[in-house]
Design a protein. Structure first.
Length: 218
């Protein structure tokens, strides 16, 4: 399964007609926050595959399109923020296969008075608690809790920064300890150096900073 993961920046090679040819084999698109709705809508229209996304701290509840319309979500895409979902997977011959178990937790650590997608550590822990019944149901029905956790901010101490705005969440470490997703995909931490660490193994989970985009074989 090929996953195109995106975050934080509109990339010219993706926001162009070439995306249909370049990423024709992509099965799923994941948005890790701070992406305009028009960008996600363009991708789902061009690739015609499921697009799931979480919110970043710079996302606003309403966004304006060039034609003057006001929209509150990316049309044709699924908001994964604060929920768990099952994404249908298919085998190479086109037959139905087991579902991919995904969950999303957008936003970042609260660092100012803006209420949009910023959370204290306790608030994010509460969001994880709300997800827990769905993850336990996954375990009963599918034999595992979670395949991929999609976040905007990174876990504490993994790909995060020293300033309050870019400090990661401790509770994401506890999620990986308890529910053992195979992947945690995040954005938020912009990468400006080629030697920056963007992939880290934490117990059973590969933590990947997807900024600004990354093609992943799952």
């Amino acid at each position: 399964m090929k996953i195109l993961a995106l975050s934080d920046e509109v990339v010219d090679v993706i926001y162009s007609p070439r995306v249909k040819e370049k990423y024709a084999e992509v099965d799923l698109v994941v948005g890790c926050g701070d992406l305009p709705f028009y960008y996600l809508e363009f991708i789902v229209t061009m690739l015609n595959v499921p697009v799931y996304y979480v919110h970043g701290n710079h996302d606003k509840p309403s966004q304006y399109l060039s034609d003057g319309r006001i929209i509150h979500r990316a049309e044709g895409c699924e908001v994964l923020d604060g929920i768990a979902a099952r994404v249908p997977r298919r085998s190479p011959d086109g037959s139905a296969n087991a579902s991919l178990l995904v969950a999303g937790l957008g936003g970042c650590l609260r660092y100012n008075a803006d209420p949009s997608h910023q959370y204290t550590p306790n608030e994010m822990a509460g969001r994880v608690l709300k997800l827990t019944p769905a993850l336990l149901a996954n375990r009963l029905g599918h034999g595992r809790y979670l395949d991929i956790l999609v976040t905007h901010a990174p876990p504490r101490g993994i790909h995060d920064g020293p300033d309050p705005a870019h400090t990661g969440f401790d509770v994401f470490l506890r999620v990986m300890n308890t529910f053992r997703p195979r992947l945690l995909l995040h954005g938020h931490s912009h990468v400006y150096r080629q030697d920056a660490v963007t992939v880290t193994q934490y117990r059973d989970t590969e933590v990947v900073n997807v900024y600004p985009y990354r093609l992943i074989e799952f």
